[in-house]
Structures are given as C-alpha cells and as structure tokens.
Design a protein around this ligand. Structure first.
Ligand SMILES: C[S@@+](CC[C@H](N)C(=O)[O-])C[C@H]1O[C@@H](n2cnc3c(N)ncnc32)[C@H](O)[C@@H]1O
Length: 354
C-alpha cells in the first residue's frame, strides 16, 4: 500500500481489480452506480479498496447487474490482518476459519509487492494445506473457482492481508483479480496472442457459438480469432487486407480487402442474412468500426451474436464508448461490455442482432 489505510469499523468494503491504466475510469464507473460506491484507497494502481453503501452480499448483485466495464473483479474485505499474523499458516487458518461456513475455493494474490517489500507470508500452498486439515477447503483447487461455490479471496500486501468469503458468482469473475491466465498448453500453438481475447470473452460472457453456423471475422489477420471460431465448429469468412496465417489456408474464406468494401460487395448482391456470429477486432476508430457493423446488419441473422473490441483513443475514452454504443444500438441490442484481462487499450463488447 502506498500509505496505510485503516478501515472504519462498521463500514463495508470490497477489494476491486481493474487494469491499472483504467483506474480513473473504474473510479468514475463506481461513482456513477446507484447507490454510488467509491474507491477510497488504492493498494496498487489496479487494486482499489471500495467503500460500499451496503454489506457486500447486498451490494455485489447490484454492482454486477449494472455490468461495470472497468471493474473486473471484487471480493468482500471482511478481515484485515496485520503482517505479523501472516507468517504461520496454521495461525492464519485459525483466524480465517470464522469466515468460512462451508468448504471454499481459495484465491490469494500478492499486491503492491516488489523486490524491496518485506513480506512474511506462509504462502498459498501452506495456507491451503492448513485450511484443508480443518475441512474448510474444496477438494480440487482450480484456477477458475466453481461458479456455484464460495471462495475465500485475499490480497497480501506489505501492510498486511485482507480477506473475505463470498459466492463466486458475486465477484464478477471466477478468477483471482479477474485475471484469466491461459495454461502453457493453451498458449503453445497460437496464431496470435489476440486469440486469448476471444477465448476469454466467450468464457467470461458464457457465449454459445452455434456449431455449423457461419461466422464473419472482421480485421481477421493474422487469424487468431478465425482459428477460435473454427475450433467451435463454425464456418468462417475472414475479412482483412493483410495475409492470414498459412495454417488457415483452405479452412476459411478470405476476403482480402477492407470491411467497408466487403459490406458494399455483399449488400450490392442483396445477399441474405446468413451470419449467426460477427466478430470484429479491427484496428479502427470505435465510431467507424460501429458504423461498419451497422451497415452489415442485413447480413446477420435475427438474434445473431456480435463480439467486438472497441479500440479506445488516448483521450476521451468514455465519450468514445458512449458513441460506439449509440451507433451499435441502431441495429444491435447491447448484452455486455468489459475490459477483460487480455484487453489492452480496448474493451470487449457483446451484442445481439435486434
Ligand atoms: C488486432 S489485429 C486483429 C488480430 C486478429 N483478431 C487475430 O486474432 O489475429 C487488427 C487488424 O485489423 C485490420 N483492419 C484495420 N482496419 C480494417 C478495415 N477497415 N477492414 C478490415 N480490416 C481492418 C488490420 O489489417 C489488422 O490485421
């Protein structure tokens, strides 16, 4: 922690997570909630201590229902422990036990810890073992906590540890800090790192891609997203003036031109609505990208799924999102939008065709 923070007794707090570069956007989003929440302290640039208007169990469903874009994870800050209580796993497990009413998943992350930080923490594995001995831990610990379980979350900082137990479904993401890490096997044969963005979006928003359906991939090169769509059993038309990876040759139809030209060509043929999915990762101004999507709406089947990244400008990010959403809503119904772990200066938005 940059400066020590003392929670006021009787107040409810959550520990949040957002991309460090989006801290201001996350704060504005919290303040605009009804009732408003506020980041009253930052453990590090991406980890706010959020003052909640009501206890976590009441506030969390309201916050989730508002579908925040920049807050990617949260958990209740129920127990604040000083650094000297973190070194011994059994003592720590004794302190945490009263929070736990049924076996939990365990998600502990270190925050604001650098090489110079003096930290005496027993470690997550030792804590897991101590909790397990007490019968307080779910038998199989996975990176993604089961959605119907409770999770014990914690952050370990040089100032101490902050812990809380909640329903996984109340935390926005089932991953610690909303960080969906892919395994080395999942990362081994990527065409592009962008693949993770689409895979994460499909998982985070629980999207069903219709097997055997037709997908349109705008801004497809070098082809990571096309590969993901193929892996879901879809037939793919990839649009990009740039080349696709050789491994996609013969597997996708490639329109080697701009999306605007693809739209003109298809619409002049009065082609029927044949796409059940459109994805768009074009490196393009948000409003322009959204306009292309609206022009392509006649080619999208009713209820068809849209997954697109909004590339955010250096300045005026909120205005750009608002404008992009307003254009998209001419033809599509907004379902969700979030800055996912694998997004950089962008967000991922999901719509369905109206
Ligand atoms: C971030 S890359 C896409 C990566 C891709 N999703 C993947 O998984 O490999 C952005 C792409 O958008 C393409 N692009 C930019 N403007 C475009 C436009 N107007 N029409 C089609 N493609 C465009 C660029 O050529 C570039 O290949």
């Amino acid at each position: 922690m940059t400066t020590a923070f003392s929670p006021v007794s009787g107040n409810a707090y959550a520990i949040g997570a957002c991309q460090p570069a989006s801290a201001d956007l996350c704060q504005n989003e919290l303040l605009s909630l009804t009732p408003p929440c506020k980041a009253v302290h930052w453990l590090d640039a991406g980890t706010p201590v959020i003052l909640l208007p009501e206890p976590f169990a009441t506030s969390a469903p309201n916050i989730s229902a508002a579908k925040p874009i920049f807050l990617r994870h949260m958990f209740p800050a129920d127990l604040w422990l000083p650094p000297d209580t973190l070194a011994n796993a059994d003592i720590l497990a004794d302190a945490l036990a009263p929070l736990i009413t049924k076996p939990v998943a365990l998600q502990i992350r270190r925050v604001a810890v650098d090489r110079n930080s003096e930290l005496s923490f027993a470690g997550t594995a030792a804590l897991a073992e101590a909790l397990s001995k007490k019968g307080l831990l779910l038998p199989e610990q996975k990176q993604q906590a089961p959605l119907d379980s409770n999770v014990l979350s914690g952050v370990i900082t040089p100032e101490g540890g902050i812990f809380g137990v909640s329903k996984v479904s109340d935390n926005i993401s089932p991953h610690a800090g909303g960080m969906r890490h892919f395994t080395p096997e999942e990362t081994a044969h990527l065409i592009s790192r962008a693949e993770h963005k689409l895979s994460e979006a499909i998982e985070a928003f629980s999207l069903e891609l219709p097997k055997g359906g037709e997908a349109l991939d705008l801004g497809a090169a070098p082809g990571g997203w096309s590969k993901v769509l193929l892996s879901h059993g879809m037939r793919v038309t990839a649009v990009d003036p740039a080349s696709l990876a050789p491994e996609l040759s013969g597997k996708v139809a490639h329109f080697a031109g701009l999306a605007q030209d693809f739209a003109k060509t298809e619409l002049s043929k009065q082609a029927p609505a044949r796409f059940s999915v459109i994805v768009n990762d074009m490196r393009l101004d948000v409003a322009e990208s959204a306009q292309v999507m609206v022009s392509l709406a006649p080619l999208v089947m009713e209820g068809g799924l849209v997954i697109m990244t909004f590339k955010l400008p250096q300045k005026g990010k909120t205005a750009a999102i608002k404008k992009g959403m307003a254009i998209m809503e001419q033809a599509y119904a907004r379902q969700n939008a979030r800055q996912l772990f694998h997004n950089r200066s962008e967000i991922t938005a999901v719509f369905t065709k109206k």
